[in-house]
Design a protein around this ligand. Structure first.
Ligand code: ADP
Length: 334
């Protein structure tokens, strides 16, 4: 089973790449981010200089990587991709920075997970286009300054709050990406269906969009699962009935909540009486890391009005109780 899942994942990743919009004009939704970014890029192109560093923040699957690729395409500049967890030492970052070519776009995904000493090196590189490489140890250690070609850093983070202020402040443009409106997801789905060569009926598009947790990556993934279902179990038509049946099979509920979302809500309601309960306690109850719950489940549950973050902990809303078909206790903490 794992092998099958791994193969499906590899296939999904390849398809995901094929579905990425390549230019800003093809990027659907997020009108504010698109307009702001377009100005930043055109301003820089006009001046013939590398644009300011860009920070993209928001939940997974909203298009941060896609935007980084678009930035490089719009600038006609090469793109280098790395991520916070890959940079364990300052030296790892120095190796990347010192080999950038002029104007190159450096995409640093999960930038909040970079090692501390590398972070400090990055501040200097972003501001002065220089890195200080420390050679030797103890009192004999010397810092050798190296020039870095002017580059544009595109940082992405699912947790903007985790970035130290000095790093955040060095980005000239910070884009906060929010969940997509169902109408935008519908457009994304029809675009993807066209690229995949399948006919998506309008009401099926609506149904999938409504249940995609405001997230293009999820919309595209559900589209592929509905397509599988349509091809194997139905006559290949992607209509509403097929969409519903497929989504039921994949345990996506009416509001688009998936297994993890429901596990978190279920634990919050059934084990903690609706809260308040601390994030780490809640995470242990569902057998996940705190970060997984915080990044993957919570933002959508909050946006769907099912969960609230309070200074005393996580609290379920009345809608959460009715969504899971439960009755809140009389002393529930809303
Ligand atoms: P992130 O880096 O934020 O996790 P990605 O950029 O990898 O997200 O996007 C996930 C998938 O969703 C991509 O395959 C892309 O095709 C699709 N996608 C994201 N944003 C859009 C958009 N605005 N329009 C069309 N497709 C999008």
């Amino acid at each position: 089973r794992e092998l099958v899942a791994a193969a499906a994942d590899a296939d999904d990743r390849a398809v995901e790449g094929a579905l990425r919009p390549k230019r800003l004009d093809d990027f659907i939704g997020q009108p504010r981010v698109r307009e702001q970014l377009s100005l930043v890029l055109h301003g820089a192109l006009r001046r013939g200089r590398a644009p300011d560093h860009v920070l993209l923040s928001g939940p997974p699957g909203l298009g941060k990587t896609t935007l980084a690729m678009i930035i490089s395409a719009e600038l006609g500049a090469p793109l280098r991709i790395t991520s916070g967890p890959a940079i364990e030492r300052a030296g790892d970052l120095a190796a990347v920075l010192s080999t950038l070519s002029e104007g190159e776009v450096l995409f640093l995904d999960e930038i909040h997970r970079m090692a501390r000493p590398a972070e400090e090196m990055l501040y200097v590189a972003m501001e002065d286009f220089r890195v200080d490489v420390v050679v030797g140890k103890g009192p004999g250690a010397t810092a050798i300054p190296l020039d870095v070609a002017p580059f544009t850093l595109v940082g992405a983070t699912t947790r903007a709050g985790m970035l130290p202020a000095p790093l955040r402040d060095r980005f000239g443009f910070v884009a906060h990406m929010d969940f997509y409106e169902p109408a935008d997801l519908e457009r994304i789905l029809h675009r993807s269906a066209g690229l995949l060569g399948v006919v998506l009926e309008p009401d099926a598009g609506q149904e999938i969009a409504r249940r995609s947790r405001g997230t293009p990556r999820i919309a595209n993934r559900l589209l592929r699962r509905v397509r599988d279902y349509a091809e194997v179990r139905a006559d290949g038509r992607l209509d509403r009935a097929t969409a519903r049946a497929a989504l039921r099979l994949y345990e996506v509920d009416d509001e688009g909540l998936d297994r993890l979302d429901r596990a978190v809500l279920g634990a919050l309601l059934k084990r903690f009486g609706g809260g308040p309960v601390g994030l780490s306690t809640l995470a242990v109850a569902v057998g996940e890391e705190s970060e997984t719950v915080e990044v993957m489940a919570e933002p959508f549950l909050v946006r769907a009005g099912l969960l609230a973050r309070t200074p005393r902990g996580r609290v379920a809303t009345p809608a959460a109780w009715s969504h899971l078909g439960l009755t809140p206790p009389p002393d529930a903490a809303f």
